[in-house]
Design a protein around this ligand. Structure first.
Ligand code: C5P
Length: 142
């Protein structure tokens, strides 16, 4: 008799923002106790089943860091298989329209503006690392 294989966890769709102002990019830090605690990431979160990913990103930025944002074009799409869930991340270029970013929800520990030299792979969740080269190029004005 063979064991029934575990059903695969469903793919989680995530939208994240690359927000650049004056040569720096906006990052948020995941809180202690959360998946990937302490990691710095591009702000964003899960897209609900009935949501346009751009609307989800606007909602997440409002909820997590208290800003209104305009969401533009896709910068990168990455797929990563975490041990408990596969994620597909849509990275969008975005701009702040209103408000100044600060932790507004319990799942964000801190907010910072980072320069290209601060974007070290080991600070980021594995799913975010694949976009770093493009963000560095944008920060350099390439
Ligand atoms: O932020 P939230 O917990 O809703 O994101 C869902 C999942 O997407 C996280 O647990 C994490 O695995 C992943 N994620 C990521 N990089 C981001 C945002 C989320 O890897 N910038």
């Amino acid at each position: 008799m063979s064991a029934t294989p575990e059903p695969s966890p469903p793919l989680v769709l995530v939208a994240a923002a690359v927000i650049i102002e004056r040569g720096r990019v906006l990052l948020t830090q995941r809180k202690a106790g959360a998946h990937l605690e302490g990691a710095w990431e591009f702000p964003g979160g899960k897209v609900e089943a009935d949501e346009d990913p751009r609307d989800a990103l606007i909602r997440e930025l409002r909820e997590e860091i208290g800003v209104e944002a305009q969401v533009g074009d896709i910068v990168e799409v990455t797929y990563h298989r975490y041990p408990k869930k596969p994620v597909l991340l849509l990275f969008y270029a975005a701009a702040l329209a209103e408000g100044s970013p600060a932790p507004a929800a319990l799942d964000v520990a801190a907010v910072r503006w980072a320069e290209a030299a601060d974007l070290r792979d080991e600070l980021f969740p594995p799913a975010d690392v694949a976009v770093l080269a493009k963000v560095r190029a944008r920060l350099a004005g390439a």
